[in-house]
Structures are given as C-alpha cells and as structure tokens.
Ligand binder design. Structure first.
Ligand code: SF4
Length: 349
C-alpha cells in the first residue's frame, strides 16, 4: 500500500495526514449537555483505543458543556457544528481541539473570517464534512443529482472559503451511504485536494450491516492509500465503531499490535465445541496487551499446521485438544479446560 501524501495537521497532541498513523475516531451519542454521561461514554471509548472523539454541539448549553468535557478526557475533542458560527466561537474558547463545520453554511464570508481567525490563533483545524444528503441545490441541479463530482465540488468550495481568509488547517470528508458512491467520491477528492482525508461510509446502518458496509468502503479506500483518519458510523454503541475501525486497520496490517486470532470455521471433522471456545476467548484476548498470534483450530487436518505457525494454538481432537506453543506440542487439554489453560499460557508469554 502506498499512502497518498497529504498535509500533516495537528489536532491536540496527535497528527492527521502526512506520515501520521491512521487514527480511528468516533462520535458520542449522548446529549452533550449531559456532561456526566458524555464523559463516561468518552472514557469507555478511550479504553478501546479511540484516538479522537466528536460531540454534537446543537446549542449554547452544549457549547458550554464542552469546557467540562474537555477537562475530563485524554483524547482530542471535536465540536460538531452546523449553521451557527457563534457556537464555533464558544467551543474554540472552551478548548476544543478541532471544529467540524461547513463554512458555506454559516451565513457569509465575514463570519467565516471570524471563526477562521480565531481557530488559527489557537491552532485548531477545521473539518469540512460533505454528506451526500446535504449537497447544495445548485450543485445537485448542475450534476442532475448526487454525484462524486458534485460532492467534491461542494467540499472544495467550502475549503476555498477558508483559503480566502488564509486558513489551511483543513481536513475534508465526503461521505455517502452508498459504498460505491463513497469510494468514487474519495478517489476523486484525493486527486484534487492536498488536505488530509477523513473517511467513512455515513449512516451505514446497524452493527451487522454497517460493519460490512464500512469495512468494504473504508477497507477499499485504505488499501488504495486514501484516508488519514476514519470513522465507522453505526446505529449502536460507539464503542463498536471503534472496535470495527481498529479491526479494519488490523485486517490490512496497518495496526500490528494486539492479539491476532486465527480460527477455523469448523466442519464435519470438528469434535470439540470450537465455536463456543472461540467466542469465549475473543473478548478476553481483545483486552490483553500482547503482540502474538493465537490459532484456534478444530482438527488434525489443518489444525497442527496453523497452531505450529502461531505463537500459541490448539488443534482439536475428540473432546480434547493438543496445545502448541512456539511450534511445539506442549500437552493435551480436556475440552472443559481449554479456555482457562490457553489464557493462563498466554498470560505467561
Ligand atoms: Fe474442519 Fe479441521 Fe479445517 Fe477446522 S481445521 S475447518 S475442523 S478441517
């Protein structure tokens, strides 16, 4: 994978774009004015490795809540603002690390200048976020509906409003709920813009379908070298968004830390309850801070090969399994003890 070179931009204490690693972000679904619940949710997101968090700021009370939220969390905080430039000003004063705002929607170039000057003074970047559902009418008319060309034109027009006031700490996203449209739009954007790119498939759906749509769309773009930060958008707990985002990066070999699990799909040869064993192990292994490969295999056909190749693994027999460690058979384990003994062995590694 050759990553497209984009401008490197600082957000809080991390970077987006250039040679910075691809960050995974999410958005809270609590009421931002409910500071306690919002902080609690952000802390859960921090625990699963969220790099950047965004909160909706629909009114002055939410803009004021941002100050307390910022104080209580470790990761960079982004304020999501639509239409009201005064909310952006308030959030910048209250210490946010980035603003998500479309300059064309806040009532004119004078207001853009006020927000941009203030953001520049405090070194806060602005993300322009075009969604397929919110492309301007004039562009829709020009292209006869939502098109990748129209989405890119809209995003670049917003960027131009910032450039006109000498602001270029810009990040751009152009999301659609259709995967092919998302991919086509981002491909075009990456040809036409030097700014770091925030990728995602918007309104992707529930955890099951949204995970698949996001993995296909985001995975395809990242494999092509497009994307500096990502958000998986799911109708569900945002913790799942981060877990899926991290897993997409792991699947592409971009994140190499953590435990990699190889497990077979089971078949008519399987004589242990491998599905239950794998499902019990997964959440436990997710929390362990080790960089190893674990193989959970059902039988003696492919099992020993994979288990030997992994750092540790099992190959199932009849109601028991052979335990392999660093390529060698260690011992047999009865089925009911497989999970406990594997965890114990892994903890000792
Ligand atoms: Fe079947 Fe064995 Fe392959 Fe698992 S490893 S799918 S049990 S042949």
């Amino acid at each position: 994978m050759i990553r497209k070179n984009t401008k490197k931009i600082r957000i809080g204490d991390i970077f987006i774009g250039g040679d910075a690693s691809i960050s995974v972000q999410s958005m809270t679904n609590t009421d931002t004015r409910d500071v306690k619940s919002t902080i609690e949710q952000i802390k859960r997101l921090e625990d699963v490795g969220c790099d950047i968090i965004r909160v909706a700021v629909p009114d002055a009370e939410a803009a004021s809540a941002v100050r307390e939220i910022k104080k209580a969390i470790k990761i960079p905080l982004v304020a999501d603002i639509h239409f009201d430039y005064r909310l952006a000003i308030e959030c910048i004063k209250n210490g946010v690390d980035k603003i998500r705002l479309n300059p064309g929607n806040i009532g004119g170039q004078d207001r853009v200048r006020i927000v941009a000057d203030m953001a520049k003074e405090r070194q806060i970047p602005i993300r322009i976020g075009v969604n397929s559902g919110s492309v301007e009418k004039s562009i829709l008319q020009k292209y006869g509906g939502v098109t990748p060309e129209g989405m890119v034109e809209s995003a670049l027009a917003h960027a131009e409003m910032l450039e006109k006031v000498n602001f270029d700490d810009i990040i751009i996203s152009i999301k659609a709920s259709s995967v092919p449209m998302t991919i086509a739009a981002y491909r075009l954007l990456s040809q036409k813009s030097p700014y770091p790119i925030h990728i995602g498939v918007t309104e992707a759906g529930t955890i099951y379908k949204g995970t698949i749509k996001s993995s296909v769309g985001i995975g395809c773009l990242i494999a092509e070298g497009i994307g500096d930060t990502l958000r998986v958008s799911l109708t569900g707990d945002p913790v799942e968004e981060v877990r899926v985002g991290k897993q997409i990066l792991k699947s592409l070999g971009i994140i190499t830390s953590g435990i990699e699990v190889v497990s077979c799909p089971t078949c008519g040869r399987t004589k242990i309850d491998l599905v239950a064993i794998a499902n019990l192990l997964e959440p436990i292994l997710d929390k362990l801070n080790k960089n190893i490969k674990v193989a959970i295999m059902g039988c003696a056909v492919n099992g020993p090969g994979e288990a030997r190749d992994a750092d540790i693994g099992i190959a199932g027999g009849i109601n028991e399994a052979l335990l392999f460690k660093k390529g060698k058979i260690i011992r047999k384990i009865p089925q009911e003890k497989i999970v406990d003994e594997l965890i114990k062995e892994i903890n000792e590694m």
